[in-house]
Design a protein around this ligand. Structure first.
Ligand code: KIV
Length: 297
């Protein structure tokens, strides 16, 4: 790789910032919601690499190393096949590339559901090996005892209710949740249980808007919506979706750019320049210094 970077040997960070930047903390995020009101919405995006973290970090409050990396980075069909090693490697990269945001790492399927002890072992490894501040896990009432167990032992947790992609095989797809009264009641109960167990923030994904609004009014921790409601205390999107990297995106995604088209144009220009031999040009070549003896190949 030819990218140049300066390495801060004290912190192993590429591109150290000139001024020390104080990282936001879990209590600072939790404290954004006071008496049910969040004056400053929580800005969250996913990030999976150090360079993307560097670019997003100044604009975000939280960076989520989501298990969506299974689809986005690895081309897997679901998040069910994501491994803990993948999450740890990408989590560490995002922490190295960020200074300000609270970094949260998703616990992958099968690494936390069996028991509070299993979840503790997994979360401890994630925090130890990545330097992230918190973990996120999908699930509702059934996970509440696990969340309480972790929080009491020093592991900050973000909950995730509504559409929970790791349960795709049970749900049968990625359709929005909470259309029936029974399902809406269940999701509301899940949210209450997760928040009551001590989660410091709660992702609400892919639910009917009035349900997300009602949950936000009901729970004391900040809610972070994705396909949820503008009333949520913050919003999150998968970064590649909002950059316009994919042709097909769910209804709730807003594309803030069309990076895929721009990459296509750049790749076409490069290919053309290689084929017509206009690249590399004189300014892109190394030449021996004037007067230097010619090196014999
Ligand atoms: O994995 C992920 O990126 C997520 C977000 C969609 C919230 O969980």
């Amino acid at each position: 790789m030819s990218t140049t970077f300066k390495l801060d040997t004290a912190t192993s960070r590429a591109h150290p910032v000139p001024e020390p930047v104080r990282r936001l903390t879990v209590p600072a995020i939790q404290g954004r919601k006071k008496d049910g009101v969040t004056a400053e919405p929580v800005v969250m995006l996913t990030a999976y690499t150090a360079r993307m973290a560097q670019l997003l970090d100044p604009h975000c409050d939280m960076l989520l190393v989501g298990d969506s990396l299974g689809q986005v980075i690895y081309g897997l069909d679901t998040t069910v096949r994501v491994t803990l090693d993948m999450m740890v490697a990408h989590g560490a990269a995002v922490v190295r590339g960020s200074y300000r945001s609270v970094v949260v790492v998703d616990l992958p399927f099968g690494t936390y559901e069996a028991s509070p002890e299993q979840a503790f072992e997994t979360s401890a490894r994630v925090l130890r090996e990545t330097g992230a501040a918190a973990v996120k896990m999908e699930g509702g009432e059934v996970l509440a005892p696990t969340i309480e167990f972790l929080v009491k032992r020093g592991i900050p947790v973000v909950g995730h209710v509504g559409l929970t992609p790791q349960a795709v095989n049970v749900l049968g797809g990625y359709g929005a949740r909470g259309r029936s009264e029974a399902e809406a009641k269940k999701i509301a109960a899940d949210a209450r249980a997760v928040a009551g167990a001590g989660a410091f923030a709660l992702v609400i994904e892919g639910v009917m808007e009035p349900l997300a609004r009602a949950i936000t009014a009901d729970v004391s921790c900040p809610t972070i919506g994705i396909g949820a409601s503008p009333a949520c205390d913050g919003q999150v999107l998968v970064v590649d979706d909002m950059l316009g990297m994919f042709e097909r995106v769910p209804r709730f995604v807003r594309r803030f750019d069309d990076v895929a088209s721009r990459i296509t144009v750049a790749a076409q220009s490069y290919a053309g320049a290689v084929r017509d031999r206009s690249f590399p040009a004189e300014a892109e070549l190394y030449q021996p210094k004037a007067g230097a003896p010619a090196a014999k190949p």
